[in-house]
Write a protein that binds this ligand. Sequence first.
Ligand SMILES: [Zn+2]
Length: 344
Amino acid sequence: MSVKNYPWKSKALNIFAPHPDQVDRFCEFVKTDLVKDGIDTIMMIVRYNYMFTSHPECRGNFPLSYDDVQKMVAVCKECGINLIPNMNLMGHQTVQDYKDPDGLLRGHPDFSETPIDEEPEYCYSLCPSHPEILGIVTDLMDELIDAFKPTMFHMGMDEIFYIGMCDRCKGKDPADLLAGWINKLADHLLAKGITPMMWGDRLLDSAKLGYGPWDASQNGTAPAIDKIRKEIIITDWHYHNWHWFPSPEIFADAGLKVYLCPFNVAPNAKLFLDYAKEHDKGNILGIMETTWVPVKWFMDGMEGKELDDEKWYKGGTPHIVHCYKWLFRDGELKRPKELEEEDD
Ligand SMILES: [Zn+2]
């Protein structure tokens, strides 16, 4: 079984932006591998890794230059691939270890929803009510738009655990806070003819679905699903060994189009995609494989190389590669032995 057994048109890949020294290799990888696999969309997690000039204090640790981006834009254009930049514009305001503030909060710690000197349990979030935040965030978005010239822009919005807590936000409805912020950013994009995208987890109700706090919201944000702009495309991610995946239908009922996003266990991906095919309400644009490892590792894994780094999730990379190959090539379907017990 491969993606050709599913009826949806788009084959998409979600990857981290390459470090600047990997840009040329990535461009080759697009031309030699991704095109052959029929990938038509790349959603690139840039976060703050760009050499912003409007607010250089917001640059991440491995910022891409304008010229780096132009190389990738040119290759994707040549290959007929839609290249979509991503910034995390509410949750996930940390770098990898979840404790260190990422670009925007390093430059502007007062934009944090929780005190920046209190280490967060997971990741810092932005305060949507700060009077200066919208101007700076839209400046940063505009720089990425200028570099990528995209037709779509992914705003992040996953795993927001801190909302409605600061003195400005306290007492406000979390769903209103979230939807209000999303719509401001979406309007900014729509005015430029760019389609906004975001992750779907904060729009799903954990209490109704029985999903945990990552796949769905436990802090009152789910009603935002009926308050956000209908032009927003949802990337609907679920990675577990489940037999019930109602979210694509929930988004369909809310008038929202989705990408289905699997990850590292091909049989789990199959459960999700088979369920979605059986319950398809016509709102599914395609499949977007998520990778969540440095793109260098993903490319190494695709080339069958030994991974030489010893960082987070090194062991996961071969499984991600396996899932990709099952989806987009005629790769075999098997559950990695070390993940046999993993189920929630
Ligand atoms: Zn706030």
